[in-house]
Ligand binder design. Structure first.
Ligand SMILES: Nc1ncnc2c1ncn2[C@@H]1O[C@H](COP(=O)(O)OP(=O)(O)OP(=O)(O)O)[C@@H](O)[C@H]1O
Ligand SMILES: [Mg+2]
Length: 247
């Protein structure tokens, strides 16, 4: 059992690391505010494009080839509009503690990272349990946990043939689980004990702070849950997070 001075020191260190990540997040938030303005402005012309293309498609006598092109314009504009709304939603600070559908939150982050996955040629497989209870948690913190773990998995799969399997499942009594499995190179035995340490990184300077997993573990444990890492035979890594249904 730690005495209170040691515990106080630990808490101070965790707080200063969280503050460091928060400062970084603040900088990103500033950038986010600027882009949110641009994204917001994009929504108006996008709505015009969507409704104008629908009007053309309702016209009679429009040649098949034109209809085909207009329908492509419409679906691409919808995709952009969906993406921009997602970005605005993600940069929002409004959400606090509330009832969360884990599957929807995981799906939201996967959509958000779709581009990051696509540019690495990573195929995403989802295996969701649709009988999960809603959980009481902080949606923004849960998104940050998912973002850290999924980004790490994507960054580990830089070579072709990457597969990301994201599963949700009921945990033991009153808990839910999600796991993120990749088929990257795995984590060498000599590093596995250190990956949750603050500032531990194998990435090049400027590419990683080594705070992602440290902050992730702190957030999960603050929520009363746990995060476990396993390395698969034949390569690949699985991170499994268990969270209580109620905070
Ligand atoms: N899915 C994974 N596959 C292989 N190695 C991993 C995986 N996830 C984490 N690691 C290892 O753990 C280290 C620490 O991860 P962590 O998220 O804490 O920091 P980082 O990703 O290096 O930097 P940051 O998260 O600040 O960008 C990584 O540098 C990497 O070596
Ligand atoms: Mg990371």
């Amino acid at each position: 059992m730690k005495d209170s001075a040691a515990r106080h020191k630990d808490e101070t260190v965790i707080t200063s690391d969280l503050l460091r990540q928060l400062a970084y997040n603040e900088k990103m938030a500033e950038l986010g505010k600027i882009s949110a303005g641009i994204v917001h402005e994009l929504n108006t012309p996008l709505s015009v494009i969507i409704s104008a293309s629908q009007m053309i498609m309702r016209e009679e006598g429009v040649p098949e080839a034109v209809l085909e092109m207009v329908s492509r314009i419409s679906s691409e504009a919808r995709r952009l509009s969906h993406l921009t709304r997602g970005l605005l939603n993600f940069s929002s600070h409004d959400e606090t503690i509330g009832e969360i559908d884990l599957n929807l939150t995981v799906d939201f982050i996967l959509n958000f990272l779709n581009y990051e996955a696509a540019r690495r040629g990573v195929v995403i497989l989802k295996r969701f349990d649709h009988t999960l209870p809603v959980i009481r948690s902080d949606a923004n913190l849960l998104k940050q946990i998912l973002l850290n773990l999924i980004m790490n998995a994507l960054q580990a799969m830089e070579t072709s043939g990457g597969k990301l399997l994201v599963e949700t499942s009921p945990g033991n009594a009153d808990s839910v689980c999600f796991s993120i499995a990749d088929n990257g190179p795995g984590i060498p035995a000599e590093n596995i004990e250190r990956i949750f340490d603050r500032y531990f990184t194998t990435k090049k300077p400027g590419e990683g702070t080594g705070l992602g997993l440290f902050v992730t573990k702190s957030l999960v444990e603050n929520m009363g849950g746990e995060v476990v890492v396993t390395c698969r035979n034949g390569g690949g890594t699985i991170f499994t997070v268990t969270l209580p249904v109620k905070l």
